[in-house]
Design a protein around this ligand. Structure first.
Ligand SMILES: [Zn+2]
Length: 230
């Protein structure tokens, strides 16, 4: 069985086969946003997030909550398919709600560094979106993983990772991107029609190991209940 078929089967089993992601004109980078996040403590940071439905975007929690001071967003603008600080495919600066699984009251912790945004507007109609693979314990062929992340000049960086270990919530790989966190860790084989997100890039250590928080079934269920996949 090819990895592509396996990914398709998992997507079908989970009941998430977003039609837009299958469209001929789907361009994955347009579904990935550079996030200009500003927090109530006065801090700001650049991050990366990924559309996963018409209304939902998934990212690292520390793009939605200041990981230094445990404070929420004051505002955030989203630049989808950014090519520079002045050019993007679609910009959203309207209203949204968000949920995080870590508020960093005791400093940074990567364990639950994941969150999601529900836009008031169906942004995904403008950008397309990634399919998702949720799960805690099944095996996927991680050799086919890729990662997207914007750098400070809003250029999209890509990493193909080759070595992985993972537990129930986190993915690890050898190598990291010196750019913003929160972007998609996704599977997209040669010949596949669309990318499937299975984690978000959250952090790296001093040894050059990258870390990602998996889209676990609990998070997936919350997102589904909130309408992120509608
Ligand atoms: Zn802060």
């Amino acid at each position: 069985m090819t990895k592509r078929i396996l990914a398709l089967m998992l997507a079908v089993i989970l009941g998430i086969m977003p039609l837009a992601a299958l469209a001929d004109n789907f361009v994955p980078s347009r579904a990935v946003a550079y996030m200009d996040s500003h927090f109530t403590c006065g801090c700001s940071r650049g991050g990366t997030g990924t559309m996963i439905g018409r209304y939902g975007l998934i990212t690292a929690a520390h793009n939605l909550y200041c990981h230094q001071h445990g404070k929420p967003l004051k505002y955030c603008n989203f630049y989808f398919g950014a090519k520079s600080a002045n050019s993007c495919w679609y910009e959203y600066s309207g209203k949204f709600q968000y949920t995080v699984y870590e508020t960093f009251q005791n400093g940074y912790d990567s364990q639950n560094d994941i969150g999601y945004v529900i836009f008031d507007y169906p942004v995904g109609k403008e950008t397309g979106w990634f399919a998702c693979i949720a799960g805690d314990d099944y095996t996927v062929d991680l050799e086919s993983n890729h990662i997207y992340s914007y750098d400070g000049k809003r250029h999209l960086q890509s990493l193909s990772s080759v070595q992985h270990l993972y537990d129930s919530t986190q993915v690890y790989w050898n190598g990291y991107l010196s750019s913003s966190e929160g972007g998609p860790v996704y599977i997209w084989d040669e010949g596949a029609d669309f990318p499937c997100l299975m984690a978000v890039y959250t952090s790296h250590d001093s040894d050059g190991n990258g870390y990602g928080r998996r889209l676990t079934q609990n998070v997936f269920n919350d997102m589904k209940a909130d309408g992120a996949f509608n």
